[in-house]
Write a new protein. Structure first.
Length: 245
């Protein structure tokens, strides 16, 4: 959708990047805001973790974090490379989330991605904000390749909230002086969108390897998965990691 607030079915995206009739979704009726599935890309078996914008706008809650973490650990155990498809505004805030153990459940997700030794290729289609961006196959946590569509928005928060937080004093001062606050906010919004909340700024900073048109996604995934197949990992001299329990 043209609007960053518009919903779409991530299955339509997946249908265009995996081999026909190869997608096998796990737990489709549980935590629908995250899709976990086995698939093939050019005949290569992969595990897919994709946020679903039609459910909670793709935000992560405790159930989604637990579902994704378990699947990622499974794929890593059996040496299946991971493909992340990301469109998420962040972890779902609120009292209900805290009572459901969001913090406790999100820690294993971060741990699972950070400790995974299989190849990881990420495609950011639209929103990638805050900790959910970090957790879902970002460069920061160990992804090997990160591609972004031109519609991607990679930042701590969306442009509106970034302006409100970063330029709060400037806006307050303009209001006290009875200036046109709406015009100032619009100007600051354009500045933030052009310098911070866009994939090209993320690519300049090394968080994205390449900005690609949607039509090239499958081809780039095929090339990327072939590249990370030769990935060599030197593990620390220990028996196992310390799972956050």
């Amino acid at each position: 959708p043209d609007s960053p607030l518009g919903g779409y079915d991530v299955h339509d995206v997946l249908a265009g990047i995996v081999d026909p009739d190869s997608l096998l979704e796990l737990q489709p009726d549980f935590a629908g805001n995250v899709v976990t599935a086995f698939a093939r890309v050019d005949g290569r078996s992969v595990g897919v973790v994709a946020t679903q914008p039609l459910v909670l706008a793709g935000a992560l809650d405790a159930d989604a974090a637990r579902k994704a973490a378990r699947f990622i650990r499974f794929c890593d155990a059996f040496n299946l490379p991971l493909v992340f498809v990301v469109d998420s505004p962040g972890f779902l805030p609120g009292v209900d989330g805290e009572r459901a153990g969001l913090l406790r459940q999100s820690a294993p997700l971060l741990y699972a991605v950070a400790e995974a030794t299989v190849g990881m290729v990420t495609v950011v289609t639209r929103k990638a904000y805050g900790t959910s961006y970090v957790a879902l196959g970002s460069k920061n946590i160990g992804a090997d390749l990160v591609y972004a569509w031109p519609t991607a928005q990679i930042s701590n928060a969306d442009a509106e909230n970034t302006v409100s937080a970063v330029h709060a004093e400037t806006l307050a001062k303009a209001e006290r002086r009875r200036k046109d606050v709406d015009a100032l906010r619009a100007s600051l919004l354009d500045e933030v969108e052009s310098t911070l909340v866009n994939p090209y700024a993320a690519a300049e900073r090394g968080y994205v390897d390449m900005v690609i048109p949607p039509s090239e996604t499958r081809r780039r995934l095929i090339d990327g998965l072939a590249l990370v197949e030769r990935k060599l990992v030197q593990s620390a001299p220990r028996k196992h990691g310390n799972l956050p329990l």
